[in-house]
Design a protein around this ligand. Structure first.
Ligand SMILES: C[S@@+](CC[C@H](N)C(=O)[O-])C[C@H]1O[C@@H](n2cnc3c(N)ncnc32)[C@H](O)[C@@H]1O
Length: 359
């Protein structure tokens, strides 16, 4: 005898709540492109501190077309990014939005976050193809907005925490850096972290490594512009085979989980550290269990992980694909499997976990 299942009851009110939530999300998705547009065209910078402007004034100050600017402003006003005064027909940027959208030195600076998100979305049709085949998609294959957005997204957090909190949380490392230490920054991308450390510790020498040639070229330019090129040498070399030995400190910022063979990379770190050296691992903040990450930060990171981190790892040998939300327990497994004997969490922010591994 077959049992006929009753159709599940659909609650009309809940259905409409979900539909309206989706309207908000589609608006937010499109706003990612509008924020990048506002950043690239200088619209936020022109609005910041300028008081209330009419669309024509903003267009004139930025060399853009009034009709586009007016439509962009209305979308920004509807999303609460700019304030609109119906009496005067003018728009202004509230001071908090001005910091978050125009102050590149603020830890709250957001344009890079939107830029890497837009780049990820642009590449998403190719990721959908790879999801069918199971093949990977390398970091180097992405559009430039992913590479530059990544640099601009992470740099404010490193600015705020790296020198002031994370390095001092490591056992004895700051004293070594002040005396003059040998440092390798592996998976350095555009070198934001390497340059910050070089500026803070003029007696130390730094090597930055990344397998992506294009990122290394940009890192060299950034080091020249920052006036620290004499103490940083950037090399296009992979984490499992970078050059040099007897490093006092090896750092990896938001990249261990992107690697195909993080255990192989960890073994190489162990082989290139001095006997008393330290490996600092900065990873996205995540709990060990999926249900601990079902929150706004976890949502953004799982999405980046689907579009960037997991395909990046799958594109390389081994393809362990830890994912951006690996969590402390899996990172510890990687570190211990490579032969490190000491591992501890030394710091955290809402976005990052910081670990210390010692031989
Ligand atoms: C999310 S980005 C982080 C870049 C940089 N550390 C930062 O914080 O801005 C990940 C970086 O890891 C690099 N990467 C991935 N796999 C690598 C490997 N096997 N060896 C060296 N670098 C690797 C990528 O090229 C990319 O620059």
């Amino acid at each position: 005898m077959s049992v006929v299942e009753e159709p599940a009851q659909v609650d009309g009110e809940r259905l409409m709540q979900f539909v309206f939530r989706a309207v908000d999300e589609v608006g937010a998705t499109l706003n990612t492109a509008l924020v990048v547009m506002g950043d690239k065209l200088g619209l936020y910078r022109a609005l910041a501190g300028a008081g209330a402007l009419a669309p024509a004034e903003l267009a004139e100050r930025t060399g853009t077309a009034e009709r586009y600017v007016r439509e962009w402003l209305n979308a920004q006003a509807a999303g609460g990014y700019v304030a609109y005064d119906p009496d005067s027909g003018r728009y202004s940027l509230p001071p908090e939005q001005a910091v978050a959208l125009t102050d590149a030195d603020s830890p709250a600076y957001l344009p890079g976050f939107f830029q890497i998100a837009l780049g990820s979305v642009i590449d998403s049709p190719q990721i959908a193809d790879r999801a069918r085949s199971g093949d990977g998609f390398g970091w180097h294959e992405h559009v430039h907005d992913v590479h530059e957005g990544c640099e601009r997204f992470f740099r404010p957090g490193y600015n705020a925490h790296l020198i002031a909190e994370w390095l001092p949380a490591l056992d004895g490392v700051v004293a070594k850096l002040e005396r003059g230490a040998r440092v390798a920054d592996v998976g350095c991308g555009h070198g934001a972290s390497t340059i910050l450390m070089a500026q803070a510790f003029p007696s130390s020498t730094f090597a930055g490594f990344d397998y992506h040639e294009g990122s290394i070229e940009t890192a060299r330019e950034r080091a020249r512009a920052a006036g620290v090129a004499a103490r940083i040498h950037f090399h296009a070399e992979p984490a499992a085979a970078y050059s040099g030995r007897d490093y006092d400190l090896v750092t990896m910022f938001d990249c261990l989980h992107d690697m195909g063979d993080p255990v192989g990379a960890a073994r190489h770190v162990l082989g290139t550290l001095s006997a008393d050296g330290t490996w600092m691992i900065v990873e996205p903040n995540a709990g060990d269990r999926v249900e601990e990450n079902l929150n706004p930060v976890g949502r953004a990171y799982y999405a980046f992980s689907t579009l960037l981190c997991t395909p990046a790892s799958l594109s390389q040998e081994v393809g362990l694909a830890l994912g951006a939300q690996a969590g402390e327990a899996r990172i510890r497994d990687v570190v211990e499997a490579a032969g490190f004997t000491r591992f501890r969490r030394v710091a955290q922010t809402p976005f990052n976990l910081v670990f210390e591994a010692r031989p």
